[in-house]
Design a binder for this molecule. Structure first.
Ligand SMILES: [Zn+2]
Length: 376
């Protein structure tokens, strides 16, 4: 993980680099900030920089033997402590190293990640991960070894609040009597669940939200999204959080999907084209119940917004650019005479689908009624 690959955070990067140049690396640091700001990624990049054999002014070299190992998270002096849970067939309390290859995979693929994504990867979605007593024994054992290749042994503890009391107390003891050439980087979003005595033993490095310019750049370059207005919208909603930006984009894509279906559906109904309605119903029913319900929710919103538009209630209309464009032509078909029955039909369809009624019949029936209502 090079510093360059982390979005924004110029100030934090310089501060971290300065600690290495001045040789005043605190032995226990707590990176405090949302994962979407890059807190975990920064911890790994910092460790890599400390260990690099050909450090540059502003980043690791990326080529030396240490960097190459770091690039795969396989450096023998880099250790991770992670919340884990028993997976199927395990008969003892697991430790992080049991899952280290999965960890390397997920981190290298998406260095901005939340614990639930990690638990999904482990296949233990329904359980909460924890850092248990076995893990703390493992930490002590690792610390007692000499460093293999670097000046420093680095232990990155992701989500220290997941430590149970025994493990947290053990960590406290270690931090009180630091081992030589050992660096602990604790990464968390929230210290309120941690032992206050552990927190007070660390130097806190606050990771702020990503600045707007860097976020816009990342959305454009990393995610290939174009259109300044669209990018600005995502940046605004992301609040400096890359993970939030990703979820806004995903939601946008879903809206786009529903929008296309809605436009298609309304055209078919207006034309009262029964054959087209039948094939639209086929397509919809292949999506599954949950998606159908989401679509109907979307349709309800569009009907409401179009009615408002028809009433010229401009200041309470929430439409995207393409929705606005379509609605400027469509809104005249949604009026005081049919808005309630239309909304009622959509709602009924949703309730029927919820109750496991046969989706195809429900949607087809709704289409026929809609065809009649749009003409009134
Ligand atoms: Zn290097």
């Amino acid at each position: 993980m090079l510093f360059t690959n982390i979005i924004g955070q110029g100030e934090i990067k310089s501060k971290l680099i300065q600690t290495v140049r001045d040789q005043r690396i605190s032995h226990a640091q707590l990176f405090l900030g949302d994962e979407g700001f890059g807190s975990l990624a920064l911890a790994v990049a910092y460790a890599m920089y400390i260990s690099c054999e050909e450090r540059g002014e502003s980043d690791s070299c990326g080529k030396c033997s240490s960097c190459r190992k770091y690039g795969k998270l396989e450096h023998p002096d880099l250790h991770f402590v992670l919340p884990v849970a028993k997976t199927k067939g395990m008969d003892k309390e697991p430790v992080s190293d049991d899952f280290i290859s999965l960890w390397r995979e997920i981190f290298l693929e998406s260095p901005y990640l939340k614990p639930y994504q990690w638990y999904e990867k482990l296949g233990v979605e329904n359980k909460q991960g924890a850092i248990n007593k076995n893990e703390s024994l493992e930490i002590v054992q690792k610390l007692s070894l000499k460093t293999f290749e670097s000046d420093y042994k680095v232990m990155i503890v992701w989500r220290p609040e997941k430590m149970n009391l025994t493990a947290a107390n053990k960590l406290l003891k270690i931090l009180e009597e630091p081992y030589p050439n050992t660096l602990f980087i604790l990464v968390t979003e929230d210290t309120s669940q941690m032992l206050p005595t552990v927190v007070s033993r660390t130097q806190i490095v606050r990771i702020p939200p990503v600045d707007s310019e860097s976020m816009a750049d990342a959305i454009k370059k990393e995610l290939g999204i174009s259109g300044n207005e669209k990018i600005d919208g995502i940046v605004h909603l992301s609040e400096g959080n890359y993970l939030k930006a990703l979820s806004v984009i995903k939601e946008d894509e879903q809206n786009e999907f529903f929008f296309n279906h809605f436009v298609n559906f309304m055209r078919i109904c207006y034309a009262a084209d029964i054959a087209a309605l039948a094939s639209w119903v086929d397509e919809m029913s292949a999506l599954g119940r949950e998606k159908q319900k989401q679509f109907l929710k979307y349709a309800t919103r569009m009907i409401r917004e179009n009615f408002m538009l028809n009433l010229k209630a401009k200041d309470i209309i929430y439409l995207s650019a393409q929705e606005k464009e379509f609605s400027s032509r469509f809104s005249r078909f949604v009026n005081t005479g049919n808005v309630l029955p239309i909304a009622d039909e959509i709602n009924k369809a949703s309730v029927h689908i919820e109750k496991n009624a046969y989706g195809k019949i429900v949607l087809f029936d709704m289409g026929l009624k809609m065809a009649r209502l749009l003409k009134s």
